[in-house]
Every structure is written in structure tokens, then in C-alpha cells.
Design a protein around this ligand. Structure first.
Ligand SMILES: [Zn+2]
Length: 161
């Protein structure tokens, strides 16, 4: 898959409702360059997560940094997936850089087992809880073309009858 990295990022809705394409790892430096630029743009925009489709790139990568303290390490996730969801759910008022000012209360799994690749294509496994878990699920939705509003409506549809 060829990814074109724009010199200057801006929020776009051109591929926001599209399922993003998986990564290959033939050019790891380019992958790292993309993720680093995304991270910079996310921080500048005062977000804690950013998925490539939000900036018009249809590729399965997102970046997360929920803690900007000393312990806070950014996560650069290529081809991420959730391998196990906890039954326990949590719900917070979620926001999204693509929809400034809008918030939705969305039910998410409290704990998730995840797998993703780093920019070189090496497999990384982890268990996420708290805000990291919620953020990972929100960003993964972006890669599947699902925005907050859609997720919210799906969870709050009245069952007829
Ligand atoms: Zn979002």
C-alpha cells in the first residue's frame, strides 16, 4: 500500500467513513515518519489520540498519548486489533478532534487485550485499561470508518416491539 504523507496535516473528512487499508512494512522509516508527524499534529491539536483517516489518509495506523507526564509514552500502533474484550463496560463523555465541541457517552470495554505492530512490523501485545483502553477503542473505530455519533446511535437505538 502506498501512503502519501502530506507536508502539512489538516483535519479532513474525505476517508472518515471508509474502512482503512492495512499496512505493509517495506519502508519502516516512512512509517515512523508518518506516525511521528501524526503525534506532533495530535499534540498541537491538544488531543490524546489521532487516527490516520482523520487527516485524510486511509491507512490502519493511529497514535495515542494519554499521559504527558514523565511516565507517558506515546503508542504508535500499526494494524492494531483487539483480541479480547472484558465484559465489564465503562462509559465516559468522549470527544473527537474531527468533531470539535461534540461529545457522546459511549459504552466501551473496561479492559482489552490488544495487538499491533510497530513501524518495523514487529508484533506488540498489551493489556489496556482506563483511558488508554477507551482511546484505543475510539481510534480503532476510526480505522473501521465508525465515528462517535454512529457508535452512540447504535448503542442507543430503541428496540421496537
Ligand atoms: Zn476521534
Amino acid at each position: 500500500m502506498k501512503v502519501k504523507i502530506p507536508s502539512k496535516f489538516k483535519f479532513q473528512d474525505t476517508v472518515l467513513l471508509t474502512v482503512a487499508k492495512p499496512f505493509d512494512f517495506t519502508k519502516p522509516e516512512k512509517n515512523l515518519h508518518l506516525a511521528t508527524k501524526m503525534l506532533d499534529f495530535m499534540k498541537k491539536s491538544k488531543g490524546i489520540g489521532l487516527a490516520a483517516p482523520q487527516v485524510g489518509i486511509s491507512a490502519r495506523v493511529f497514535v495515542i498519548q494519554t499521559d504527558f507526564g514523565l511516565s507517558g509514552m506515546p503508542m504508535l500502533c500499526f494494524n492494531p486489533r483487539i483480541v479480547k474484550h472484558s465484559k465489564e463496560l465503562v462509559q465516559i463523555e468522549e470527544g473527537c478532534l474531527s468533531f470539535p465541541g461534540e461529545t457522546f457517552k459511549i459504552k466501551r470495554s473496561a479492559m482489552i487485550d490488544v495487538e499491533y505492530h510497530n513501524h518495523k512490523g514487529e508484533l506488540i501485545k498489551g493489556i489496556l485499561t482506563g483511558i488508554k483502553s477507551i482511546c484505543f477503542q475510539h481510534e480503532l473505530d476510526h480505522l473501521d470508518g465508525i465515528v462517535m455519533k454512529k457508535r452512540f446511535e447504535e448503542q442507543n437505538e430503541k428496540v421496537s416491539g
